[in-house]
Ligand binder design. Structure first.
Ligand code: 13P
Ligand code: SF4
Length: 364
């Protein structure tokens, strides 16, 4: 065993093929002490090493039931935090590159949410009348805030069920950080757009009047995903003109206008299942991250299905992309040598309330 952790720097010059062999070897050495979880947006060179792949909900369930000593999360920071919160205290969660964050999650921080809560409390009794709901794409301390204030976590798979549960607790919902998932879900629940107001966290009182707040059912945080905001109604209209029998499917982080024009809207897991189960020869336009769309295109080409990315710009999630084979090989070879690098560890005073909010989600 090396006395100190192996340095990352030499890995930068390894090519992907060298990394692949080294990752396979390290996985064999670690055996069932290790589990690798991979989100659908991971690049192929990393995704192929995942023991389990899935959307945020599925991966959090895998983390909760895993017995492995090491959980290496090929995804982004908030996903690894969730894995740490819900795994056993003796399990260790690692994120191969600590800079793999989520730009949307960064659009809400605890100070801003606490300020919003105080400002909302000047108009109504927030504790009695608002359920705070955080999308899983958020920092652990926001999940903790929800746990403390009778709130809950949701993912893109269960958002409707969770918002229904939230309305059974209190009359209003404060939904953060993604306005689009909140709005698209509210629309599915027949909540009029006028009763879903947007809280601009850069403005006093979110830029809203007391009357706006009193008449709102859902107060939507003004966050968004920069990848999913690339998708536009015109792209769907062009596709429909050129491919009249084609189908359109989008992730609910896309805008209201895009989701309204889509035939199907759902999480990454839903998108994969819907396209995989479709008729051979079917044609799809997909509004979600590029790595997933390309993988679907390649794996379903044999069935003569065409799977096309919605935007003409080839945008991908740049933070998911930070997890590369070089970082994965580095983390695993360190584990083989008995060194834990890039551990994600959420302080217990934050984790305990975050766990409550996550458990309310799992119970639904
Ligand atoms: P899913 O839960 O659908 O995997 O979405 C996660 C995400 O970050 C989408 O941008
Ligand atoms: Fe975050 Fe968007 Fe990347 Fe998903 S695609 S991880 S929401 S930045």
């Amino acid at each position: 065993m090396a006395a100190t952790a192996i340095d990352l720097q030499p890995y930068a010059s390894l090519d992907d093929e060298d990394c692949e062999q080294r990752i396979i070897k390290a996985k064999q050495t670690l055996g069932d002490r290790l589990v690798i979880l991979g989100h659908h947006y991971q690049r192929d060179e990393v995704f192929k090493h995942a023991d389990f792949s899935g959307d945020s909900l599925k991966l959090s369930r895998e983390a909760a039931k895993s017995n492995a000593e090491y959980i290496v999360f090929c995804g982004v920071h908030f996903m690894a935090e969730v894995a740490d919160i819900i795994s056993r205290p003796d399990q260790i969660v690692l994120l191969p590159d600590l800079s793999a964050g989520c730009a949307m999650a960064d659009m809400a921080d605890l100070d801003q949410v606490e300020r919003a809560w105080t400002e909302l409390s000047s108009v109504l009794d927030a504790e009695q009348s608002i359920t705070p709901v955080t999308y899983i794409n958020s920092a652990a301390n926001l999940k903790s805030f929800c746990g403390k204030h009778g709130g809950v976590v949701c993912t893109s798979t269960n958002a409707q069920k969770i918002i229904e549960w939230s309305f059974a607790q209190r009359e209003k919902v404060l939904f953060f950080p993604d306005q689009h998932l909140g709005r698209n879900t509210g629309v599915k629940m027949d909540i009029p757009l006028e009763q879903m107001v947007t809280w601009d966290y850069d403005q006093p009182m979110g830029g809203l009047t007391p009357e706006d707040i009193r008449q709102a059912k859902i107060i939507l945080w003004k966050g968004f995903c920069s990848v999913h905001q690339m998708f536009k109604p015109e792209q769907i209209e062009n596709f429909r003109r050129e491919t009249p029998n084609g189908k359109v499917i989008s992730h609910p982080e896309a805008s209201y206008e895009v989701c309204q024009l889509s035939d199907y809207v759902g999480s990454t897991e839903f998108i994969i299942k819907t396209i995989t189960d479709s008729e051979p020869g079917s044609q799809w336009l997909v509004g979600t991250e590029l790595n997933l769309v390309n993988r679907l295109h390649q794996t379903l080409a044999d069935e003569n299905k065409t799977v096309q990315f919605m935007s003409p710009m080839l945008c991908m999630c740049s933070t998911m992309f930070r997890i590369d084979p070089q970082h994965l090989a580095w983390v695993l070879e360190n584990l083989v040598e008995g060194h834990v690098v890039n551990q994600i560890s959420v302080a217990e005073d934050v984790a305990s309330n975050a766990r409550i909010a996550l458990q309310r989600m799992f119970d639904n």
